[in-house]
Design a protein around this ligand. Sequence first.
Ligand SMILES: [Zn+2]
Length: 263
Amino acid sequence: MKLKCPICGKECREEEHGYRCVSNHFFDKSREGYVNLLRKQKKKEYGDSVAQVDARRAFFLKDFYAPLKTAVTQVLKDYEVKHAVDAGCGEGYYTNFFKEEIPELDLLGVDISKEAVRLASRHSKAQYAVCGVDALPVFDHSLDAVLNLFAPIAEKEYLRTLKEDGIVIYVQVGKDHLLQLKEELYETVYRNEINYLSDQFVLKEERNVGFEIDVKQEDLWNLFQMTPYYFHTPLSAKEHLKEVKELRIHCEFVIQIYRIANM
Ligand SMILES: [Zn+2]
């Protein structure tokens, strides 16, 4: 995919060690092949912590969420998506799968966490860049799809980058996702709320993906660290979770597919 210079907005061309725009702004390409478009990055200020990224990676290695990545791949196929950005790609668990399943897909993964992008781009054929989801390095109306899997929403940027008939594929957890894990942690369990994009977008379709996973102790702890509950759980409940040997957990996701509303 052609990259847009985040400073002057002109096209960046790939060179041996990086990308250079016609105004001579230069961005390093890493050994792994991703490009860092953030001029300055203070360590640990952006994105997820290294511990979180590691936990998620360890959990993803076991492929517990395989049904979700298959379901999203099917959406890309059904809508004949050719050019897409995975906005907030994390360590590329989903992104890399999409690219493997649909090799001809022109796919750019972006994330603000350099560590996550570094992991994502190792042994991957997808293109990767370190940058924010609100400053995608692509040209106006050039994309068939923007993917958002559990990432911050940046509607303005979706409107700018999508073609007129482009889609947003917005994936979030379903109402009863990880219900049994929450029951281990809390007295009262609340169901998750489903979010919707604003009326600048029209919801065309919603696909639900549900399945059960059997999670053993170590993976359970990794899974727990991936969730927002990790930061809001009392110590006693955390200690209790460490004692749980195995848990059958319900997983539930919602895939929403939007088009841009006609103004
Ligand atoms: Zn430039």
